[in-house]
Design a protein around this ligand. Structure first.
Ligand SMILES: [Mg+2]
Length: 265
């Protein structure tokens, strides 16, 4: 039986707008009883908020069908023996909640200098400041593991490109002279947790998304099947050039998700 790891923005919706055939595709998966997971690099939303946004764009979704890079970061840190913390977090609700729910103590920004964090966990933070940068750098220089939810340097936001989590991470990396452990797609870390959650062999799982560098690269590297949809970052006019430039070859290219359904049957 095939399983599916589904990207969100550019694949199932575009910002606030539905993408044609996306709701129909999810219904098709449910009718077929094919296991799937909504898999997102976005660390800012909680699984409940991700599901609510999907419902808002016309797609039936539940929080336990979601795996975010924030949840994967918390799982990774437990596996790495960092359970409990304390951790210094630079991020929004989705990341703070994932860490708190996983039992991590979150250090305040103004924690006394002698309070050492075992990890600095960073995602998108639209209230990022010099003072947060200073705290993060202090902890990492003293040996805290630097964990980054997702490497994206730029985020589409209301028609323009704004700095993403990867751009904040670059400032921490530069000052601390330490590269982060990257959790989100195409990292094998989030792929490993996603594949385990589906409970299928990687070779039975389709990685589906609009981004060759994250969705498809992550899938290919993890030994999954892969389908590029031309409804977001990749579209009909640019996908051939993007495949050439990234060197990432999806198994299937489809104009929309129901084309993938027809391919799989
Ligand atoms: Mg996408």
């Amino acid at each position: 039986m095939p399983g599916f790891l589904l990207d969100l923005d550019g694949t199932l919706y575009s910002g606030d707008r539905p993408i044609p055939y996306a709701a129909e595709f999810i219904q098709w998966l449910r009718d077929k009883q094919y296991p799937f997971l909504f898999l997102t690099n976005n660390s800012s939303r909680t699984p409940e908020q991700v599901a609510a946004h999907l419902v808002h764009t016309g797609i039936e979704a539940k929080a336990d069908e979601v795996l975010t890079s924030s949840q994967a970061a918390a799982l990774y840190m437990k596996d790495a023996g960092l359970a409990g913390g304390p951790v210094f977090c630079i991020g929004e609700t989705g990341l703070r909640q994932a860490l708190a729910e996983a039992g991590f103590e979150l250090l305040p920004e103004d924690a006394p200098a002698e309070q050492a964090a075992v990890a600095v966990v960073q995602g998108i933070d639209r209230s990022f400041t010099y003072s947060k940068l200073m705290s993060a750098v202090r902890h990492v220089r003293r040996g805290a593991t630097f964990v980054l939810t997702n490497p994206d340097h730029l985020l589409p936001w209301n028609g323009e490109l704004t700095p993403g989590a990867g751009s904040i991470a670059a400032s921490i990396e530069r000052s601390s002279e330490t590269a982060p452990v990257v959790i989100g797609k195409p990292s094998p870390i989030i792929m490993r947790f996603a594949i385990a959650k589906l409970g299928l062999a990687a070779s039975d799982i389709w990685a589906v998304g609009d981004n060759l560098n994250t969705d498809i690269r992550g899938g290919v590297d993890a030994g999954c099947r892969s389908a590029l949809v031309l409804t977001g970052l990749a579209d009909e006019s640019n996908y051939a050039e993007q495949i050439e430039r990234t060197g990432v070859q999806p198994e299937v290219v489809c104009k929309h998700l129901m084309e993938l359904a027809a391919h799989i049957g």
